[in-house]
Design a protein around this ligand. Structure first.
Ligand SMILES: NC(=O)c1ccc[n+]([C@@H]2O[C@H](COP(=O)([O-])OP(=O)(O)OC[C@H]3O[C@@H](n4cnc5c(N)ncnc54)[C@H](OP(=O)(O)O)[C@@H]3O)[C@@H](O)[C@H]2O)c1
Length: 461
């Protein structure tokens, strides 16, 4: 495959959608879409091609078609595999519909908007577009988290803009705020609730007393979780977003694979009961911290105080709080997912791309980003929940292990009403390093009194 050709559907395979009754497109008149003549557009306007006409791509196409001449953007192409199935109301007839990625690359579009998701062929499409002198906007977190360095270097070498503001927190403009609004500060920490599926599941466990399995099934039925929910509930999705936040905000290059991840699968209704006793609730929290010249990046279910703004975040809402050396805490909240909120972020990036195309000399270089050593030795108070076959000496056995690892026990909580054959109780620990806790839990896990393996969660101070 040549550098300019993208795997996927060839131009020869392109065909007009045959059944799109609500579209005012050339296919309706019986002419093949590929014959659509390039439109003359007034100077200063910017042609936009959308690749991937799904939830976000469809919303971007609709918003671009609706907003008339108020902005300099003109939708020129939409591209999707098997495009005959796709519908977008109100799209101008001049727009070329195609199944061919190559046709989009060979077109006169100024900006290519990648909204197909995944790593390939998205990576090849973006790289080819940049090499062809086109600007690119993407909402693809995996692509930027894994190949951001490579693609941003390619954009710089080709003097093109690569916008990815929608890749983290959907419609919340946190990346541009970190890039520009807080550029004058030295950020030390970024914390966030970055995954709506986890919010939904944890809220259902809390509010309906549902088991994790029941809450997940409910989320899947309601369209809030994928058939394969692994990426969300095991923290891969949030880890990719956290790696991008760390790149932009903390100026460190970390692969999502290096982010410490803990699934929410083990969180149970009993954990919420104990968390409430402690004045807390439970959220999947993503944290990137600079610490003694190292960095800690983790995605974990965590106890957050009810008084914390993180406790108030629900559904597809996201919240990111950055902490700067000089400016202190700054919060960014709003809809982290959904077609329209994400489309707003995408269009904002396209407008930025259009502005840079008008004035290429103003195209900024990315602030320098460097690799950073990772540490697990950040300290936090910990919540440990056990379910045991009750017998004398269990607390003493646990205390011995804690003491060997220099972990200070803070409190023991036990709620009445559970059988001694499966007795839940909670121990909280004073702030301790994750590495010492992990070593102690490794030993503790070998005791024969467990009915379930213990769960550990940090407590946000
Ligand atoms: N949805 C959100 O709320 C949200 C928020 C922030 C960021 N994002 C990101 O935005 C991107 C798009 O997400 P989405 O929710 O819009 O996904 P989606 O609904 O699955 O849409 C993706 C579209 O791309 C098409 N497609 C996939 N691979 C293709 C290929 N090789 N060639 C041509 N077309 C292809 C799909 O066609 P089919 O119909 O055949 O599958 C589908 O129409 C992803 O990177 C996602 O992570 C989404």
């Amino acid at each position: 495959m040549s550098a300019m050709h993208v795997a996927g559907i060839s131009a020869e395979q392109e065909q007009a959608p045959k059944s799109a009754p609500r579209l005012k497109r050339q296919s309706l008149s019986g002419r093949p879409l590929a014959s659509a003549a390039p439109e003359r557009i007034p100077g200063g306007q910017c042609r936009v091609a959308i690749v991937g006409l799904g939830t976000v791509g469809g919303a971007v196409a609709r918003l671009l078609s609706q907003s008339g001449a108020a902005h300099p953007l003109r939708l020129s192409h939409v591209c999707n595999r098997k495009i005959a199935r796709k519908r977008v109301d109100g799209m101008p007839s001049r727009v070329v519909w195609t199944e061919s990625l190559q046709r989009v690359l060979d077109s006169d579009a100024d900006v290519i908007v990648e909204l197909i998701g995944g790593l390939e062929p998205a990576r090849e499409l973006v790289a080819s577009a940049l090499r062809k002198g086109k600007s690119v906007v993407t909402a693809n977190k995996q692509l930027i988290a894994y190949f951001g360095s490579e693609l941003l270097a390619l954009a710089r070498d080709n003097r093109q803009y690569l916008g990815f503001g929608a890749s983290v927190a959907g419609g919340v403009p946190v990346l541009s705020a970190l890039q520009h609004g807080l550029a004058g500060d030295r950020l030390a920490e970024i914390r966030g609730i970055l995954n709506g599926t986890c919010n939904y599941i944890l809220s259902r466990i809390e509010q309906a007393g549902a088991s994790f399995a029941a809450a997940l099934a409910e989320a899947q039925n309601a369209g809030f979780a994928e058939a394969d929910p692994t990426a969300d509930i095991d923290g891969h999705d949030a880890a990719a977003k956290l790696a991008i936040l760390a790149r932009v905000g903390l100026k460190i290059a970390i692969s999502p694979d290096q982010v410490h991840r803990q699934s929410i699968r083990k969180v149970d209704v009993i954990d919420f009961e104990h968390a409430h006793e402690l004045g807390c609730t439970i959220r999947q929290l993503s944290t990137a911290q600079l610490y003694d010249g190292c960095a800690y990046l983790g995605v974990q279910p965590s106890l957050v105080p009810q008084s914390s703004p993180f406790a108030k975040v629900s559904g597809s809402q996201n919240l990111v709080v950055s902490t700067g050396e000089f400016g202190g805490e700054t919060s960014f909240g709003g809809y982290g997912a959904g077609g329209n909120p994400t489309a707003v972020a995408v269009i904002s990036d396209i407008l930025q791309a259009a502005a840079y195309r008008r004035n290429p000399d103003t195209l900024p270089d990315e602030a320098p980003v460097a690799p950073c050593e990772l540490t697990q030795d950040v300290e936090a108070p910990q919540y440990l929940r056990f379910v045991v076959r009750d017998r004398p000496g269990i607390i003493a056995a646990l205390a011995t292990v804690f003491s060997r690892h220099q972990l200070n026990l803070y409190a023991v909580l036990q709620k009445p009403g559970h059988p001694s054959s499966a007795l839940p109780f909670v121990i909280t620990l004073e702030p301790c390093a994750q590495s010492r806790l992990a070593a102690a839990l490794d030993e503790i896990g070998r005791f024969d009194f467990h009915v379930q393996q213990p769960i550990a969660m940090p407590i946000l101070a």
